[in-house]
Design a binder for this molecule. Structure first.
Ligand code: ADP
Ligand code: MG
Length: 255
């Protein structure tokens, strides 16, 4: 007898994020070229590659900030809605942290974290505050809860942005170059939070060139160039023995 779709056995095995034959053009530019990518629950996938290779577009497509031309993207077995369909649930399932922190400047740190849970998850204020304080504690910012974003360093703001995303209880977290805008001395405090998150079992897709983090936290490296996934490997394999010329060339420039 065959398993019916959605049975518990199947939902336990199926990828949390699935991209099948995803294509996207910007005019003439084939920015995502037949992308196939499965991310299993609890997996940490690093996406690496030269500037302009389509990494941000990939993240934005998974979070449905961009539509795709063809192919399928599924989150936990649910196909991404077409244009015009409600996106609130999807956006709650897929957390995203950008290079720029994008905090609400005129709201306190605490309000930044409680806003989504109150508005989208419908949590009572007191419960939202309690959960937010626990998350701020987790990222080491609880003592700054009443401040405004401008009073915090870049590293602290990015940690708040991570807490804000987590407050929506996402199934997967996307990070698009989360440390690229930070002063060097603040990079590790953000990577440490991400490493903890990975250890706790969060499913993560992380665009970064931080090799120390990749080696410590990633299960898999996906190397993109020219809109194509050129190769996939463990961090150890990829950084010590890249297969494609594109990857060798890229690594020679960043190592
Ligand atoms: P990466 O994050 O790897 O640097 P991006 O996904 O940001 O790459 O961009 C891939 C390519 O798509 C780049 O050539 C970029 O200029 C182009 N691009 C990105 N967004 C748009 C857009 N909204 N309109 C037109 N071209 C875009
Ligand atoms: Mg980018």
């Amino acid at each position: 007898m065959s398993e019916s779709p959605g049975s518990s056995a199947e939902s336990g095995d199926r990828p949390l994020v699935r991209l099948e034959h995803v294509n996207k053009h910007f005019g003439e530019l084939h920015v995502l070229n037949d992308i196939n990518l499965d991310v299993t629950r609890g997996e940490v996938v690093i996406v690496i590659g030269p500037s302009g290779s389509g990494k941000s577009t990939l993240c934005r497509a998974i979070n449905r900030l961009e539509t795709i031309d063809d192919g399928v993207i599924e989150i936990d077995g649910v196909r991404l809605p077409e244009e015009g369909k409600p996106l609130a649930q999807l956006r709650a399932d897929v957390g995203m942290v950008f290079q720029s922190f994008n905090l609400f400047a005129h709201k306190t740190i605490l309000e930044n974290v409680t806003l989504g849970p109150i508005k989208v998850r419908g949590l009572p204020k007191a419960q939202a505050r309690e959960e937010a304080m626990a998350l701020l504690e987790r990222v080491g910012i609880a003592n700054q809860a009443q401040k405004y974003p401008a009073a915090l360093s870049g590293g602290q703001q990015q940690r708040v942005a991570i807490a804000r995303s987590l407050a929506m209880r996402p199934k997967v977290m996307l990070f698009d170059e989360p440390t690229s805008a930070l002063d060097p001395e603040m990079i590790n405090e953000v990577l440490d939070v991400m490493t903890d998150l990975a250890k706790e079992g969060m499913t993560m897709i992380v665009v970064t060139h931080e090799m120390g983090f990749a080696r410590k936290a990633a299960n898999r490296v996906v190397f993109m160039a020219d809109g194509l996934i050129q190769e996939e490997a463990t961090p150890e394999e990829f950084f010590t023995n890249p297969q494609s010329e594109r990857a060798k060339d890229f690594l020679s420039k960043i190592l």
